[in-house]
Design a protein around this ligand. Structure first.
Ligand SMILES: Cc1ncc(COP(=O)(O)O)c(C=O)c1O
Length: 351
């Protein structure tokens, strides 16, 4: 606390990201990173970086990268906005498109950054309870609202909402922007990006942090009709002209071009997820059906808080959220098969 802080800063409760431990030997299953390296073509681009790439300012519009995203999704570059990780893209979305007189709506169990941005930007919000099985019920959302944002698959549950439910939400709320945060969509869902031509109020947000193994590069994207994108550009150009450095722009394009590597790593993560889910069920866990690169599970007899602490002592880091409805669950990122085996061995001993 300092007397020099603004009232707003004094009142903020910032988001706390999962721990990035310094100890190398830890089995790190807490922040949903991809356990496999990015495309070798990305590494090639990075090793070829020359002084000029750093001496000059980058393209403020990330023109070529936006073209790459547009090609990938069958959209025009004017329908693509890029930023420094999808967290930055989302922050701009909250400010540009979700701050209105009526409250913004999002699930009661969801990405815990959403209420933080609401507090930062003074956005009124209302949480809509998920069903008992943690699915989103579009009919529970008020037709008139200041906007809707839902991760699909949801975080931290991993539960997927089908495209028919996404359509239902869009049709129910034609007067506000519906944001589908698809950070984990490549691990088992179908993107709503194909619906952008039909729904002018749809904004899809994705990231290269998870399925493209580039959490350290910080590249996120929003896809939607050109007017929504222009709104985001207005905020971005009032905040930071150069959110993506030249190296990130080049490397991200290389990642998008390597479709084979992308498909292969996603398939490996999905196979490990299914294997781990089955094994944990055998150890007495109830595992929610996941379409993400993590699972959300609770044990019939042992408290999640206790398991979290014992695993941490054994050098295995998972995530526990001390929040209503989910404090009995552990969120476990899918690691390599060796990581998952280490977790299972530890759990077998503990239980
Ligand atoms: C639902 C969801 N959206 C967005 C993000 C942000 O990802 P990034 O800023 O790395 O693109 C995360 C990160 O964990 C997430 O879980």
């Amino acid at each position: 606390m300092s007397r020099y802080w603004s009232d707003l800063v004094s009142q903020l409760t910032p988001y706390v990201p999962g721990e990035q431990p310094r100890r190398e030997q830890l089995v790190k299953l807490n922040t949903n990173e991809n356990p496999y390296p990015p495309s070798p073509q990305v590494l090639q681009v990075l090793s070829a970086v020359d002084g000029d790439a750093l001496r000059l300012y980058p393209d403020p519009d990330s023109t070529e990268l936006r073209q790459s995203f547009a090609r990938l999704h069958g959209l025009a570059p004017e329908q693509v906005f890029v930023g420094n990780g999808s967290d930055e893209v989302l922050a701009h979305v909250f400010q540009a498109l979700l701050k209105h007189a009526l409250p913004l709506c999002f699930p009661d169990v969801t990405y815990s950054f959403y209420p933080v941005w609401c507090d930062l930007y003074g956005i009124d919000y209302r949480t809509i309870p998920l069903a008992d099985d943690f699915t989103v019920r579009p009919g529970d959302y008020p037709a008139e609202n200041g906007g809707v944002i839902v991760p699909n698959p949801n975080a931290p549950t991993g539960v997927l909402m089908g495209l028919s439910s996404v359509r239902e939400l869009l049709e129910r709320c034609p007067n506000s922007v519906v944001v589908i945060d698809e950070a984990y969509i490549d691990f088992g869902g179908e993107s709503a990006s194909g619906l952008i031509g039909e729904y002018g109020n749809l904004l899809v947000v994705q990231t290269l942090s998870k399925s493209r193994s580039l959490a350290g590069l910080r590249v996120g994207v929003a896809l939607g009709n050109a007017e929504l994108i222009e709104g985001l550009e207005r905020v971005k150009n009032s905040f930071n002209s150069y959110p993506l450095d030249s190296v990130a722009q080049r490397a991200a394009r290389a990642a998008l071009e390597d479709e084979a590597h992308f498909r292969d790593t996603c398939a490996r993560v999905i196979a490990s997820r299914e294997r781990l889910s089955e094994t944990l069920a055998g150890l007495g866990f109830e595992v929610l059906p996941s379409a993400a690169n993590f699972i959300f599970a609770r044990h019939g007899q042992r408290r999640a808080r206790e398991l979290f602490a014992i695993l941490r002592e054994r050098g295995i880091v998972v995530r526990h959220f001390d929040k209503p409805r989910i404090d009995d669950y552990l969120r476990i990122s899918i690691g390599t098969d060796a990581d998952c085996d280490a977790l299972v061995t530890a759990l077998e001993e503990i239980l």
